[in-house]
Design a protein around this ligand. Structure first.
Ligand code: GLA
Length: 375
């Protein structure tokens, strides 16, 4: 009996201490406030987060981030799935949400070779469009989409991924049918549709020297031709061993020297083994799921957690050092559970690429990143 009372008192004390401890623990600081003297901090939200299936997402995003990109909702196949048929529901909700919360909305993306339906390049009989017909279609798309959100979407990824990894112009339908000036045209239409919006070129692997040299050349040419282009987005789909930090540092410097704003637009760090050492974000790549490619199905071990924190800190030290050039750092997703890297380039893995875990808890990487403002 006596024992029973003592053990109940002991359990009560433990519970009380735990409750007190939890209540006293400070919530983590808001990322956007930590970096307010340096750059905007953005994230990407998917449709279910925006439309309400992931209830905590919106409050959480409003707390930490001051810029937002819709992960898919403004891509051609989603917003303009059929000729003459636009689907604005999710994009409208996104812009209403960012308006309500005073966030900088990024439109992603107007011209891309992926997630663009085949019909865009064909006439009603399935024949390839002429240059003039494709230009007219592109203009109509840009005017309709960028026109709808005029003054509300503050920056557009006008062209996404125009370069191949070897630095040559990617052989897309845009290039094939319109020709070398397709980017000029896209930027021209975007400027006409919303003269106040910032206009960007966005790509992956443009930290690697060969592709970076081509990107610098391309951007310099666009500027010399009088194209209104305000910034360059380094997507930032990274790994523990890619890219070389020196290359990242040098890229920000070189892009900044062109007089463009530099943005890290889709940041994540893939901690899982990479088949065939691939990097970047070519979404057509797909490898079979094997056990050795999915080493942490339950949780990320402490040692890997610490390495990830270190890698994030190294990168943020570079961003902070270049904060005169870097205007925004956007993560590609809110928390680990919702990252595309659980399904690319291998479907069904458990990945840990972001600063918040599947329960919205700040990871060690979060705390290492916020330390970099003190450097
Ligand atoms: C590229 C695109 C993004 C997204 C990612 C993968 O980086 O720009 O829109 O599709 O790939 O999620």
């Amino acid at each position: 009996m006596k024992r029973n009372i003592f053990s109940r008192i002991a359990t009560g004390i433990i519970l009380a201490v735990t409750v007190l401890y939890t209540a006293c623990q400070k919530p983590e600081p808001a990322l956007k406030e930590v970096f307010s003297d340096h750059f905007m901090i953005g994230t990407a939200m998917n449709a279910s987060q925006m439309m309400g299936d992931d209830a905590p997402a919106k409050d959480f995003v409003a707390k930490h981030f001051n810029s937002l990109t819709a992960e898919n909702a403004m891509k051609w196949e989603r917003i303009h799935p059929l000729p003459g048929k636009y689907e604005f529901r999710i994009a409208d909700s996104t812009v209403a949400f960012t308006d309500r919360n005073g966030m900088f909305t990024v439109g992603h993306t107007l011209v891309w070779h992926q997630q663009t339906p085949k019909w865009v390049f064909e006439d009603s009989l399935g024949n390839a469009l002429t240059r003039d017909a494709l230009l007219a279609r592109l203009k109509d798309h840009i005017f309709t989409v960028a026109g709808r959100y005029k003054g509300r979407v503050k920056g557009w990824d006008v062209v996404n991924e125009a370069l191949d990894d070897d630095g040559s112009m990617r052989k897309t339908k845009w290039l094939e049918i319109i020709g070398d000036d397709y980017m000029h045209k896209a930027f021209e239409y975007a400027k006409e549709a919303d003269p106040e919006a910032e206009l960007y070129y966005n790509d992956y692997n443009i930290e690697t020297p060969a592709k970076r040299d081509s990107a610098v050349k391309l951007l310099r040419q666009l500027l010399a031709d009088g194209v209104k282009i305000d910034g360059v987005g380094i997507q930032g789909h990274y790994h523990m061993d890619f890219p070389d930090l020196k290359d990242l540092d040098e890229s920000i410097r070189q892009f900044g020297e062109l007089g463009l704003k530099v943005m890290i637009t889709e940041l994540d760090i893939n901690v899982l083994p990479r088949p065939e050492n691939i990097s970047g974000a070519d979404i057509s790549q797909n490898f079979e799921l094997q056990k050795q490619l999915n080493p942490y199905p339950e949780s990320l071990p402490d040692s890997a957690q610490r390495q990830l924190a270190g890698r994030y800190a190294d990168m943020f030290s570079i961003f902070v050092r270049h904060s005169d050039k870097v205007s925004r750092v956007t993560f590609w997703g809110v928390h680990d559970g919702q990252s595309w890297l659980n399904n690319w380039p291998v479907r069904g893995r458990t990945n840990y690429p972001l600063l918040f875990d599947r329960d919205y808890q700040a990871k060690p990487a979060f705390y290492s990143v916020i330390e970099t403002v003190k450097q």
